[in-house]
Design a protein around this ligand. Structure first.
Ligand code: UT7
Length: 326
């Protein structure tokens, strides 16, 4: 056993569509502004009470079926989320219960938009070490619950969804390399100030709307471009893969202009970049998970392809991995 490979992918998007035109009626914005500044046209919104574990369950059922295994065959479940069902227990434990995956160990990862990529990298290493055999990694978010629907600078950007992958061991191909990094000194660029142990939920927190996302969009934009390029180049170097040999990049879907700038700096044509943010917006950890699943469903990934996952998010955190698809 040399590496890990992905043997099943699944996704789930809540039914409710919220278009830019709907948002025009909610805040002082326009479809034109949102489209030209971000590339987003619409996003999905979970129903009240439809939690991260429920979205994760629907995506995971598909991934497990496509992997050709049973839920009982899973020995580890990792859920990447910043919108857990509740503070504790983990969303992975709730998901285990929905799936009846009674033989799995379960935990969550908090790495915001890079969470799914961090989850995959963890799973790969658990498999290589021989500690676990069949691992389910999920990115699932109900970001609409952290969204300030009165703040036009953030509410137009996010959406809800879930994507799942099943990993197992392989003797050839699969995960070739990864690179990750973090900078906690920039945590206030994108964060939720209230509702945690620093500022527990209170009337004051709610009145000041501190339980919602706060973001310095401009600063984040620049750092996102820089770190997504750095982490992609580092992972490619480790895998000894040249940029021209990449078949598809699946980037975090925060902003079309960020992705354009990253592609330009990596000297990659846009036909090698998978995009779906116009339909879903930024779904944090679910973005790369759903995009990877859709790329595979649309046959943009085939056997032998070199795929680069590249993500960036609150923390700040960033990470990428190179996979030879088998
Ligand atoms: O997943 C984690 C990573 N997330 C990101 O990486 C997000 C990174 N940042 C971005 O994507 C972009 O910075 C935004 C899309 C958030 C904003 O785009 P921008 O080109 O940086 O716009 P801006 O923040 O500089 O705002 C330009 C103007 C401002 O008006 P003034 O001050 O120039 O008069 C804003 O008040 O646009 C205004 N504005 C809006 N106008 C209409 C901000 N939001 C809106 C809005 N509709 N929704």
């Amino acid at each position: 056993m040399k590496s890990a490979k992905i043997i099943g992918l699944g996704k789930y998007l809540p039914a409710k569509r919220l278009t830019n035109f709907d948002l025009e009626k909610m805040v002082n914005t326009t479809d034109e502004w949102i489209r030209t500044r971000s590339g987003i046209k619409e996003r999905r919104i979970a129903a009240y009470g439809e939690a991260a574990s429920h979205l994760a369950y629907k995506a995971s059922k598909i991934a497990i079926k496509r992997a050709g295994i049973k839920a009982e065959d899973l020995d580890l479940i990792i859920v990447a989320t910043v919108t857990p069902d509740s503070t504790f227990p983990s969303t992975a434990c709730y998901l285990q219960s929905h799936l009846k995956a009674k033989n799995a160990t379960c935990f969550d990862i908090s790495a915001a938009c890079a969470g799914f990529v961090y989850g995959l990298i963890n799973a790969w290493h658990f498999i290589v070490s021989g500690m676990h055999k069949n691992i389910l990694v999920v990115g699932s978010e109900v970001i609409s619950t952290l969204t300030d629907w009165k703040d036009r600078s953030t509410c137009v950007l996010f959406g809800d969804g879930a994507g799942a992958a099943v990993l197992t061991a392989t003797k050839s191909g699969g995960f070739l390399s990864s690179h990750t990094g973090s900078d906690g000194s920039q945590s206030d660029i994108l964060f939720v100030p209230g509702g945690g142990s620093r500022k527990p939920i209170s009337k004051e927190v709610v009145d000041k709307r501190l339980h919602f996302i706060r973001m310095k969009g401009n600063e984040l934009f620049r750092t996102a471009v820089r770190t997504m390029v750095v982490t992609a180049k580092a992972a490619l170097k480790k895998a000894k893969i040249k940029t021209k040999d990449i078949d598809l990049v699946v980037p975090h879907q925060a902003n079309k202009r960020i992705i354009d700038a990253v592609a330009k700096r990596l000297k990659l044509p846009m036909n090698k970049i998978f995009l779906n943010l116009s339909r879903y917006g930024n779904m944090s950890s679910a973005s790369t998970a759903v995009a990877l699943c859709e790329a595979w469903e649309k046959k943009r990934i085939k056997k032998g392809d070199i795929v680069l996952l590249d993500a960036f998010g609150a923390g700040l955190v960033w990470g990428s991995c190179v996979i030879k698809w088998i």
